[in-house]
Design a protein around this ligand. Structure first.
Ligand code: 293
Ligand code: CA
Length: 159
């Protein structure tokens, strides 16, 4: 009868109102978490997210740290990604990039073996100064080839 239908309608309306309130709370929580995580160590660009724990280490240790976490060593493939990565660096910090020319001097390859397509070298780099096979980003967003065993490089991973 009509009474039953309107009781069902009232009940549904209350449920919808309650759900709307839940969604609002969740959206506020998500927004707060996004602000918290993007404060320093996390930068998202397109479908990629760069993340650092603040650890400084060598190229090999950095690679394994990122791989174990389910990602890879940060590797910008275009200007937008390069800028996002730079935003994680504090003044005078440097970070290893996921590429090297350890196989053939002067031929930089991504860690999957494909040739590097986007670069942002500092003037005069890469200079292979005393045999440098790895690449690090300076805090000015530019790249320098550098020794792979330098353990003072910030490790930034990508996911
Ligand atoms: C040389 C010349 C410097 C340069 C440096 C780096 C080392 O010392 O101008 O900054 O190499 O390329 O990776
Ligand atoms: Ca160099």
């Amino acid at each position: 009868g009509q009474k039953g239908e309107s009781a069902t309608f009232d009940s549904l309306q209350r449920q919808v109102t309650a759900l709307e309130k839940n969604i609002q709370t969740l959206q506020a929580d998500i927004s707060r978490h996004q602000k918290f995580f993007s404060f320093r160590w996390v930068k998202s660009v397109g479908k990629k997210t760069f993340m650092s724990t603040g650890t400084k280490d060598s190229f090999e240790n950095g690679k394994s740290l990122c791989t174990k976490a389910g990602g890879g060593l940060a590797c910008p493939h275009n200007h937008a990604e390069n800028t996002a990565l730079r935003e994680i660096l504090k003044d005078s910090e440097q970070a290893y990039l996921g590429m090297s020319d350890v196989q053939t001097e002067g031929k930089f390859l991504y860690l999957n073996g494909r040739p590097v397509t986007y670069t942002n070298w500092e003037t005069g780099e890469p200079n292979n100064d005393e045999n440098e096979d790895c690449v690090a980003m300076y805090d000015n967003e530019k790249w320098n080839d550098i020794d792979c065993s330098n353990s003072e490089m910030l490790i930034i991973c990508e996911f």
